[in-house]
Design a protein around this ligand. Structure first.
Ligand code: NAD
Length: 541
């Protein structure tokens, strides 16, 4: 039991290292990258604090050089998933009763380990297996993950200190209990930090977890588990299984102790999982918590008072960093006719300087997309745009998978505001632009609102304050994260809590107290000091 009301260290965002030429940090991460590239590692699952290897293996490659094998990883059979569930439930008996400051200490230590000794490894694994440039790896795998861990500890204490009114006769207390059962974390390939956080923040609140990472993020998942182990996460609290998502999910969702789903990934998979949970509802002890952050069709809307250079940079960074594989990536833009010639010229001028290739070469701004099916899907959309009378490709349009899954940054201009790439999430480096008549600003805003089923992020660029006010109101429900004169990507933990509504998710805002609240079940304890001894109320007299 705690014997004090402890303050936690004030959370501060982790500074982003710049890896400039000649810097020690650049040499160090590159050396780690090169050595991990040659290692040929075999990655086990992690159940009950132990490495578990199986004979059935998946293969890890580098998307920017897909013939280069980084290693293998073990694939689960049903019995491994069952073992992960039972070991989690066993661990829950101790973990759910572990004082909060002890749990906090473990995750604060994990943050410190990432900041120091594990930084190069977690960045390098993200560069190798997810093809992020060093900058993209640094802001994700190191900085955002450190921020999630440190800020969530602070948010946890804020939640625990939320207490009801009491009087001298009655003391009311709220305990924030962990959920009764275990939580299933299902994570995407595109953010190492999100993958780690989906398991870690749930465990921080006293829960136990079975975590299924994406097949395309296995290397950094392994480093995350090394960090959690080194930080002292007890055996059985976070268990990792790799493999067939359907078999793993079916096994997990059959358990009566399934207490929650923490999902980030595509909308279609999340909807499937929700239905499956609904169909099993009679089997569960409690109503499972369902938290899902999913796809986006994120927009940049431009008013004629905007600065063309700011718009062009917003599009270039918003649409093409990490090859457009961010849920928040800008993929549709609405540009007034009067600004289009200048914005087009600025876009093309900068696109000419973009370099694409391996993250090993730090001068590359872009690398490859994650896997062959993503590459093939993007190639299909590009070919259809080439053939369409509604669309013109003004930049890019080439792709080549002979070495890595490289897709050129591609800009499509369409005359049809409902053209397929204005409404469908492609998850790649393709930006579609619709040019509108300056006088039709209100109509353009209404198009932004109605064109896609998603509502994740979006931006308005304008100098005219009334235009900003009008957009803020008109676009109220089509972005959970709305940006004024900024690109719609790059949310920072503690500053821009992240999540969207409509088809984009449950909007429980990762990196905020709202999300942590989903992983606790409050118990109110009312204690009456001097209970009444007569049932009759005065009015009865
Ligand atoms: P994905 O949906 O293909 O995979 C996500 C996870 O679901 C993976 O672990 C995958 O193995 C698992 N999965 C696949 N089929 C499953 C099944 N039948 N049952 C259970 N699990 C299954 O997504 P992805 O390609 O890894 O990531 C990209 C998607 O994630 C995009 O749609 C992107 O917008 C979204 N995303 C959203 C956010 C956000 O915060 N809104 C953040 C990152 C990514």
């Amino acid at each position: 039991m705690s014997k004090g009301f402890f303050d936690v260290p004030l959370a501060v965002n982790e500074p982003v290292r710049n890896y400039a030429p000649g810097s020690a940090e650049r040499a160090s991460v590159l050396a780690t990258y090169l050595s991990m590239k040659q290692e040929q590692i075999d990655i086990p699952m992690f159940i009950n604090g132990k490495d578990v290897s199986t004979s059935e293996k998946g293969t890890m490659t580098m998307p920017h050089d897909h013939k280069h094998i980084l290693g293998t990883y073990s694939l689960a059979q049903k019995s491994h998933v069952e073992a992960a569930i039972s070991t989690a439930l066993e661990a829950r008996k101790t973990w759910s009763n572990t004082p909060w400051e002890q749990r906090a200490a473990i995750f604060l230590k994990a943050a410190e380990l990432i900041e120091g000794p594990f930084r190069d490894r977690i960045n390098a694994s993200t560069m190798l297996n997810q093809s992020k440039t060093i900058h993209q790896a640094e802001i994700d795998a190191s900085c955002e993950l450190i921020d999630f861990l440190r800020f969530n500890v602070q948010f946890m204490t804020e939640i625990y200190s939320g207490q009801p009114e009491s009087s001298s006769a009655v003391w009311n207390r709220v305990e924030y209990r962990p959920l009764e059962g275990f939580v299933y974390a299902v994570t995407p390939f595109n953010f190492t930090s999100i993958a780690a956080n989906l398991a870690a923040c749930v465990a921080m609140m006293g829960n136990v977890v079975v975590w299924k990472p994406s097949d395309h993020q296995v290397y950094s998942a392994k480093i995350i588990m090394d960090i959690f182990e080194a930080a002292g996460v007890p055996a059985g609290v976070i268990n990792v299984v790799f493999g067939d998502p359907k078999m793993i999910t079916d096994t997990i969702l059959q358990s009566p102790d399934f207490a929650g789903l923490h999902f980030t990934g595509s909308t279609q998979i999340f909807k499937q999982l929700w239905k499956q949970i609904g169909n099993n509802i009679d089997n569960y002890r409690s109503y499972p918590r369902i938290v899902g952050e999913t796809g986006g069709k994120d927009f940049i809307a431009v008013h004629h008072s905007a600065d063309p250079k700011e718009v062009s940079v917003g599009i270039l960074r918003g649409a093409f960093e990490f090859q457009g594989q961010k849920c928040s990536a800008a993929s549709r833009a609405y540009i007034p006719q009067s600004l289009w010639p200048e914005i087009k010229q600025l876009l093309v001028q900068d696109l000419k300087t973009f370099k694409m290739g391996s993250p090993e070469d730090f001068s590359n701004f872009m690398t490859a997309v994650i896997h062959e099916s993503s590459f093939d899907k993007l190639a299909d959309y590009i070919e259809r745009a080439k053939a369409s009378s509604d669309a013109e490709i003004i930049w890019g349009g080439n792709y080549d998978k002979s070495v890595g899954y490289f897709v050129d940054p591609t800009v499509i201009v369409t005359t049809n505001p409902n053209y397929e790439t204005m409404s469908t999430e492609l998850f790649g480096p393709v930006m579609t632009i619709y040019i509108y008549n300056d006088d039709n600003y209100a109509e353009m805003l209404s198009l932004v609102d109605s064109t896609s089923t998603y509502a994740l992020t979006g931006a308005i660029f304008a100098k005219d304050r009334y235009a900003i006010v009008q957009a803020t109101k008109a676009l109220e429900n089509c972005a959970g994260n709305f940006y004024i004169n900024d690109k719609p990507t790059g949310a920072v933990v503690g500053q821009q809590p992240f999540g969207g509504a409509r088809s984009s998710g449950t909007n429980d805002k990762a990196g905020s107290p709202q999300n942590l609240l989903r992983w606790v079940s409050p118990r109110l304890i009312k204690e009456t000091f001097v209970p009444p001894k007569d049932y009759k109320y005065p009015f009865l007299g």
